[in-house]
Design a protein around this ligand. Structure first.
Ligand code: PMP
Length: 282
């Protein structure tokens, strides 16, 4: 297994990260997950753009110029031989004597590696996701894809330990997003989801979904979504880079829709897969 580390591609077992890396000590870093189809990263540019925005959001200067990073990642994908899977990338402020104050000239650490992923169920198929509502105890800069994920990790583990698949954050009755995905309701034929910002990551899949919705003439309503509406929605689904779309079967004890994937969810999923094919089969 190979790893990209500060511009080099080496066996993962040989990679070394300093004990005083600020990612390790302060979670002072950001990350990205890219999906590989047919050995090609999907929405590569969009993910790199978000990486730059996340880095700027924590005042982190990426140690590698973008074109170099892009070329390095493509080389990593090629040499890893992973065709259906993902790239995990994280960038931290690097090694420096432990101090909350930023080092004057941060070294920066960029690490990336590929992993295969199991195939995604066909649109409308597979088991629906079971969501457990949890309080939103995260910080107010959720638009930054920060590696500080403890609140997400605790929420997801709470959900999984109780037999659920994903934790959905609800604060004062308002539904924001899930621990590792965005969440959407179909209400009166429209897609309803909370706007991105302090409590919602600008999901790349969310963006692709909106483009597909526009082509399919399905309206999108970015507004406050109440839990009371979500549990009564015609359809509910979640999106992320690794899952594309998953239909939601349950919200706490309550079954959603007819206990199977809704027609608009399946239609949107087919449209997303068409976008994937267009971009990665070429
Ligand atoms: N919200 C959170 C908190 C996430 O961790 C993710 C997964 N990265 C998403 C939303 C979905 O974003 P994307 O579609 O870019 O994977």
């Amino acid at each position: 297994e190979l790893v990209y580390i500060n511009g080099e591609i080496i066996p993962m077992a040989d990679a070394r990260i300093g004990v005083e890396d600020r990612g390790y000590q302060f979670a002072d870093g950001v990350y990205e997950v890219f999906r590989l189809y047919n050995g090609r990263p999907f929405t590569f540019k969009e993910h790199l753009d978000r990486l730059e925005r996340s880095a700027a959001g924590i005042k982190l200067a990426l140690p590698t110029p973008r074109t170099e990073l892009e070329a390095g990642l493509l080389k990593l994908v090629d040499r890893s031989g992973v065709r259906e899977g993902m790239i995990y990338l994280q960038a931290t402020r690097g090694v420096a004597p432990r101090n909350h104050v930023f080092p004057e000239s941060p070294s920066g650490t960029v690490v990336a590696y590929c992993r295969p992923l199991p195939p995604i169920p066909n649109p409308g198929e597979g088991e629906g996701a079971k969501l457990m509502a949890v309080p939103d105890e995260r910080w107010k800069r959720c638009w930054i894809k920060s590696i500080a994920l403890l609140a997400n990790v605790l929420a997801k583990n709470e959900a999984v330990s109780q037999g659920y698949d994903e934790a959905v954050f609800v604060e004062n009755g308002v539904v924001t997003e899930c621990s590792a995905s965005n969440v959407f309701a179909i209400i009166n034929g429209k897609i309803v989801t909370h706007p991105v910002g302090s409590k919602v990551l600008p999901g790349i899949t969310r963006e692709v979904l909106f483009q597909c919705a526009a082509e399919l003439k399905i309206e999108v309503d970015e507004r406050t979504l109440m839990e009371s509406e979500a549990v009564r929605a015609q359809e509910l689904f979640i999106t992320s880079t690794t899952r594309e779309i998953s239909w939601v079967a349950r919200w706490n004890e309550k079954y959603i829709g007819q206990g199977r994937c809704g027609p608009l969810t399946a239609k949107l999923h087919r449209a997303i897969q068409q976008r994937v094919r267009q971009e990665t089969n070429g």
